[in-house]
Design a protein around this ligand. Structure first.
Ligand code: KG4
Ligand code: ZN
Length: 350
């Protein structure tokens, strides 16, 4: 089955074609980041308008480049949520309309399911069951996964998501949006040990996260430093390193606990923050001590992309799931409410 995937949930237009026999045939991404950067964050209305401009031309180009004419496409997958409602509606409307015109089924994909399954696109994919750490701009969740659509939430952030904390700290350090990669780059110049920030919630037994206290600790440190003298680049790098270490160590501790509690031996990480090199390296060290394995997607499939949506949609369409003719998008959508592929003997509409 050959599936066209469309991702428009936030500030990236992603398109891809995934073939269940041949794998990923092509993908393209357009980031609106320059447009939003001067506002310091994503402006929803501008995002929607830009998705309208970009999606169809990108789809045309992708189909041409990958040698996939409309007649070869057997299904369409679009991100139906969670995300910005206007942005989601662009992809949903285009996806649903193309499906109608080409007389193929369409499926609305959960954005976080897309992230969660992205490591499956790699040459050496993980096999079920596994623990998934989802770390993006909007989510920080630990999930026990036994199959596509079989998700049990083990713990999540009570306040900011990990990516959001990176973005807010970046702003405090005067770095442009999106801040995660910039904080990570600055941290490579940092002096280890100059600052040590709290590791939030590690002494509590559960698998919940909280990053707002850490953010406040960073803010207070910057204010104190600023009282003494103007902040130097070295000060900023030292703060960035201490912040990144605190986030990474917190995530590592919770992942180790999730592996131990669940008895599972495989950990996957997904979402924008899973591109973070320090996180990958520290988790690798941890899983080695647990005789477990770590899997993640290549960096371009950690952040938002169309390939993960095409892949996730293909799994569901192959199981016989698809939508009715209505166009639907959900700004909020709990991951645990998704249906398992095992329940989908008959076509269903979500
Ligand atoms: O998954 P994603 O592309 O979009 C959402 O679904 O939210 O994640 C974006 C988030 C942003 O907060 C960004 O700052 C963060 O992922 N991010 C990183 C890195 N690359 C992206 N955070 C830390 N280190 C990185 N290398
Ligand atoms: Zn995302």
């Amino acid at each position: 089955m050959r599936v066209l995937g469309i991702e428009t949930s936030c500030d990236e237009t992603g398109v891809a074609i995934y073939d269940s026999e041949q794998g990923l045939l092509g993908d393209a991404l357009y980031s609106q980041v320059k447009m939003h950067a001067r506002y310091g964050g994503v402006i929803p209305e501008l995002a929607s308008r830009d998705h309208i401009r970009k999606t169809l031309p990108m789809l045309r180009q992708l189909m041409e480049d990958s040698g996939s004419p409309a007649s070869s496409i057997n299904g369409i997958a679009y991100t139906a949520g969670p995300g910005l409602i206007g942005a989601l509606l662009v992809g949903a409307s285009i996806g649903r309309s193309l499906a109608m015109a080409w007389n193929v089924p369409a499926i609305g994909v959960h954005h976080m399911e897309g992230h969660l399954l992205a490591p499956m696109l790699e040459a050496n994919p993980p096999s079920f069951p596994f623990v998934a750490l989802l770390v993006s701009g909007g989510h920080t969740q630990l999930v026990a996964v036994t199959g596509v659509g079989e998700y049990r939430l083990l713990g999540e952030s009570l306040d900011d998501a990990a990516g959001e904390a990176f973005d807010k700290v970046a702003k405090m350090l005067g770095l442009a949006y999106p801040g995660g990669p910039r904080v990570a780059a600055l941290a490579t110049q940092g002096t280890p040990g100059r600052f040590v920030f709290p590791r939030p919630m590690i002494n509590r037994p559960g698998l919940e996260f909280s990053f707002s206290g850490l953010k406040t600790a960073v803010r207070n440190t910057l204010i104190e430093l600023g009282k003494q003298a103007e902040l130097t680049e070295q000060d900023k790098a030292d703060v960035a390193l201490a912040f990144e270490e605190a986030v990474v160590q917190t995530l590592v501790i919770k992942c180790r606990r999730a592996l131990q509690h669940s008895g599972l031996k495989t950990l996957i990480i997904a979402g924008g923050v899973s591109a973070n090199k320090r996180l990958r390296a520290s988790l690798q060290e941890m899983v080695d001590t647990q005789r477990s394995q770590l899997f993640y997607a290549q960096p371009k499939f950690c952040t938002d992309n169309g390939a993960m949506i095409a892949y996730a949609g293909c799994q569901r369409l192959m199981a016989g799931q698809h939508e009715g003719l209505a166009i639907f998008a959900r700004p909020r959508w709990p991951l645990e409410s998704l249906s398992s592929l095992r329940q989908s003997a008959a076509p269903s509409s979500t």
